[in-house]
Design a binder for this molecule. Sequence first.
Ligand code: XMP
Length: 425
Amino acid sequence: MPPHNHSHETILVLNFGTPYVQQVARQIRECHVYSRVVPHTMPPEKIKAIAPRGIVCVCDEISLDKHEAKISAIDKLDIPMLAVRGGHLDVSNTLPGFLKQCGCSFDWTMRDYADMMIRGIREQVGSGQVICGLSGGVDSAVVAALLAAAIGPQLTCIFVDSGLMRKGEQESVEHEFTKHFKIDLHIVREEKRFLGALAGVIDPQEKRKRIGHEFINAFSEAASRFKNARFLAQGTIYPDVIESGGDADAPAATIKLHHNVGGLPDDLEFELIEPLRDLFKDEVRQLGLELGLPESLVWRHPFPGPGLAVRCLGEVTVEKLDTIREADAILIEEIRNAGLYRSISQAFVVLLPVQSVGVSGNCRTYENAIAIRCINTGDFMTAEWSALPGDLLRRISTRIISEVPGINRVVYDISSKPPATIEWE
Ligand code: XMP
């Protein structure tokens, strides 16, 4: 995390060990006042040095008694303080009054966050070189755009092309970052390496493990070629920190094996830059727009780290991946043409490992099936299948069957999460 420069009015949110603390911080930012979360162990002198306009202490009911002494010590600092207690925290009624009492001017915007991060990154990096891994997703793109604005020529981006990406993904990353942002971008073509590691593997967890392993090795090898680079920038956002158990105060166990938090080996010896660690996804998107990233990239649906491998049930082969890429491109194009891309949280196709009988012209066919998965969700922990209009589904199905060789059947996934997950593997 680059050092925070506290030139703007700041509300410090003291974390007394509840995962909801970032939501309180976010509600403050929604009131156009800058807020950041710090541990409750921060010494009072340090708090005073930051000179916050106000302090919000967030703790749950259970640990309230334990922290009573510390909260009353903070209350004596002569800085307006609000104590928020309880598990489902909606402070939208109390906050505006408190922030007024703190003398806030309610004029903070994401532009201020960008400027603060840019100053912080410059301070942290000095004249050093920074490496940033681009994935094609929003988070790493926003980090790269921030770094480009902060230290331009000192930045090198690495994009590992695993061969598991969507159609045109690599080309669009290349276009955006070399033509628009003029970043020094190195594309490492590793399709053979990843497909080699996946040959014969059908177990979903084993696929993820092998992809994760190859990714770390491919990225480390590429990064080690830049001998002068001392810093590594990552697009870790707050939900990643929580899901990976990276927040010492959060209760969530490690849910995913595959995340970028702590995913790279220690012996890489880079100092980490993680400017999005405090932000939620929609805040990251706002920041991306502020930095001039195109809407098409900023509003891109999430894409899993293991890529199309988890949408290719059974063994992964280049032929199956090509089939998925073609069908997926049709699905996304039709959804965009219908003006529904932004209102759907995630849309993709899955290639099923089954064949079924069909008929084409006068001939019997025995070919594969594609499943379409479109979901709506707020937090990706639960999700509802999207009720797409019938005529859109019909168009998608007709196009996939007539344009994608080897597919004679299209089905629509109508399972909610839970009990189904969003991805099929
Ligand atoms: P599930 O399938 O667990 O997916 O309901 C929830 C969200 O997480 C994405 N996802 C992943 N993201 N690496 C990632 O970076 C992964 O291995 C992975 N698996 C699932 C999924 O696309 C959905 O947005």
